[in-house]
Ligand binder design. Structure first.
Ligand code: X2W
Length: 287
């Protein structure tokens, strides 16, 4: 009897959660939400399943989700196996032709297909592509010192809009094409920011392995303006690995993305918590 009561309470809470989500569901109807799924946020099979389920739910309630994934740790693992040495300069992988082959194989062949499969397993229609497909992300060379690392230069999002109309969830590997047919390795955050900017997305969610932007005392700041980010960077509060993320956020906002959220993608249902509850998650940055 006791057990029954506990179960009833559980279902009541579930129903209440759904009911309270209504204003959020209405707000995001038709919205474009770009989700950067970083390699460090990809934990285990269960984590991937939950992530895929959340994305399929988003699509089900009328949101247009776009996944841009990373896979740095998976690339490192494969390079190690193949005994190809790899260095990072200012957070970007120095990429020669041999490294580029491995990067493309791992990102487009392995990580991308794993995410697509997880989405399809949950009843969604995931389709994998990279920035090379349909001229989505044409790049120029970044710093020549980095070799085949690209900076997004010209975006064509026509393919993504066709996918939205067909109820397809695009899953994008951060690889771009040069004007002379070269293949470029693009940092995952940079690619996500460029795609979100070109789509003028309503939200860019950067899923990583930290809880958000922290203030001087180590507390996560839940809401920030672009100016606060600039000030906290100038005084050294924002440092290290957070800089490329906040820089991506500032660039995306400048290009017309309404808000960027930096959040811990390892937390259960991080995406739903952020979009469909009052609680929110991580740090929300807007103009
Ligand atoms: C990255 C692309 C993958 C990536 C790399 O080669 O590791 C550059 O550094 P995460 O998991 O988001 O870090 N590209 C140029 O960004 O993965």
């Amino acid at each position: 009897m006791k057990k029954q009561t506990a179960m009833n309470r559980d279902w009541i809470a579930t129903a209440r959660t759904l009911s309270e989500a209504l204003p959020y569901l209405q707000r995001y109807e038709g919205a474009i939400v770009v989700v950067k799924f970083g390699g460090h946020a990809m934990t285990d099979a269960e984590g991937l399943r939950t992530f895929a389920r959340d994305i399929v739910l988003m699509r089900q309630v009328g949101v247009n989700p776009v996944i841009v994934h990373g896979g740095g740790p998976m690339i490192n693992e494969m390079l190690d196996k193949l005994q190809v040495k790899s260095d990072f300069v200012r957070g970007k992988r120095v990429t020669d032709e041999a490294t580029m082959d491995v990067v493309e194989m791992v990102l487009s062949g392995q990580v991308n297909k794993r995410i697509v499969a997880a989405i399809n397993e949950q009843g969604g229609k995931g389709v994998g592509l990279s920035g090379k497909d349909a001229n989505l992300m044409v790049c120029r060379q970044d710093d020549p010192e980095l070799g085949l690392v690209g900076t997004p230069d010209e975006m064509d999002t026509t393919i993504l809009h066709s996918m939205f109309r067909s109820d397809i969830i695009p899953v994008i590997a951060p690889i771009g094409m040069g004007r002379e047919g070269q293949t470029f390795n693009v940092n995952g955050d940079t690619a996500a920011g460029a795609i979100a900017g070109a789509l003028r997305a309503d939200r860019l969610l950067l899923l990583t392995d930290v809880a958000g932007v922290k203030d001087g005392s180590g507390e996560v700041v839940t809401a920030l303006t672009a100016q606060q980010i600039r000030d906290m960077t100038a005084d050294g509060t924002i440092a290290g690995g957070m800089i490329p993320k906040t820089q991506t956020a500032l660039d995306a906002i400048e290009r017309g993305v309404r808000a960027v959220v930096i959040l811990d993608g390892r937390a259960p249902n991080a995406v739903l918590l952020e979009l469909f509850t009052e609680h929110g998650a991580g740090s929300l940055i807007r103009a």
